[in-house]
Design a protein around this ligand. Sequence first.
Ligand code: ATR
Length: 298
Amino acid sequence: MNSETKLVGLFGYPVGHSISPAMQNAAFRALGINMRYAAFAVEPSRLQNAVEGIRALRFRGVNVTIPHKVAIIPFLDELDEEAREIGAVNTVVNADGKLIGYNTDGKGYVTSLVRETGISLPEQAALVLGAGGAARAVAVSLARSGIGRLVIANRTERKAQELAERVAEYTETAAIALEKIPRYMPDVTLVINTTSVGMHPQVDAMPLEERYLRPGLVVSDLVYNPLETRLLRRAREAGAQVHNGLGMFVHQGALAFRLWTGTEAPVDLMRETALRQLKGETSEEGDEKESKGEWPKG
Ligand code: ATR
């Protein structure tokens, strides 16, 4: 760090578990960019002060995570169109004191999905499980990227309807209760789990009945802890093509990196660093740990 070092960071509450600092710092270091990324636990009542701090301390920007992604919007100067449509911000850029809100979650997801599975979006009829914040980002980006059809299924049907209305201008969309899934399943080509069902520690739970998993289906899970959820394991065993949540995490970070630096991110390095961090093999700074068996902090 020196007086020229530009800071970026993460605003969340809590942030102890985040693997973003290691991933972003490894990328800055590899490209010789004089920036550092740090995580900040910002209490909800202090969010406005923290945003003012971005200006006062001349941060280049921040990532924003739970619970601030929606609450931060009134404190920003401008909102990118996709962030407005998603209704949430995960990346802020400080453009000479003007704070612009972006959302790279949805684009990060779509980039990862297309690169890792090779599917053509216009040919897909996607079943989105869930209608919360993550589903909003994914559904809006898929719709804007030209997906063929979207069926949004949620435990609380009203939320599925609200999300369907958000994306209806872009693609053919249906909102359904979970009980109606069987009726739609024969036409579905892509299943996307955006719920927390199957996430650690509830690793035995599955958001979709096993009988629907078949060859020819693509099954994608936003969860990356564990990397292979029960849904993905069963889907793989049934002959379906699977896609896990790590790529979305890596690519949302890579897109934020590009917004802050104007430079393409070293995506492969970021993925390797994130993976090692998940396995507990690196420190928060992204350095190799000296002694094996040491757990990551936080
Ligand atoms: P996130 O930001 O991760 O999307 P969220 O906004 O709280 O988190 O949304 C969680 C989603 O997972 C919701 O769609 C939720 O369904 P409800 O809208 O009915 O609450 C869904 N979800 C969580 N636990 C679930 C469960 N056990 N079974 C079915 N859906 C569940």
